[in-house]
Ligand binder design. Sequence first.
Ligand SMILES: Cc1ncc(COP(=O)(O)O)c(C=O)c1O
Length: 241
Amino acid sequence: MEALMDIASRHNLSVIEDTAQAIGSDYKLKNGTTKKAGTIGTIGCTSFFPSKNLGCYGDGGAIFTNDDELAKRMRMIANHGQSTLYYHDEIGVNSRLDSIQAAILRIKLRHLDEYAAARRKVADYYDKAFSGNEKILTPARTKNSDHVFHQYTLRLKNADRNKLREQLASKEIPSMIYYPVPLHMQKAYQDSRYKTGDFPVTEQLCREVISLPIHTEMTEETLKYITSSVLDFLKLEVAAV
Ligand SMILES: Cc1ncc(COP(=O)(O)O)c(C=O)c1O
């Protein structure tokens, strides 16, 4: 983020920080101070979709800024462009957060750090179980920020991902691919300037990644079942965890 903010300030750009998968994460700046994800850029935004680290019971989201003028304008746009009731200064949208969702989030927000800690514990278990396995690359963590593990995503080397997914599904273990199709290969973003093969790293990652279940209520028994199922498939001994 610091490198991005540096580029942005040199070129007079605004930075919109998407923290839909990072909310609650602390970022340590070079000067030793800590900032929350979503508070470093010009605007931070997040999603409260139920599966998110801070999820509501339907659809929802929020944007953050320290700029009062910007906040005023964003509130206005989100409420049909009204500056005061029934006076529309510009054409806006209806993007108000439902009160019922806000009430749920108000309580859940107090527990966000606990949720992140629970997710990190799951990630620690997975990391340990898969460490040293030559067919698995576990997610990297950086020193200057906390990982809040919205997803726990592995990279598989020389393994059949579809067969692994089938095997896991037969044992009632869900898995997901985040994401199977990169932007430049999405039908919606078709553009004559970009074609398959132009972003080989991205395309390789799309072929190799697989995400395992992660949430705040996982038991050790469940984790053992999942990790041994993955390792059994890869025909390796279950690591002692
Ligand atoms: C990083 C990121 N940004 C944005 C979104 C979109 O959120 P929403 O569907 O609530 O608009 C998601 C949801 O999957 C996400 O993971």
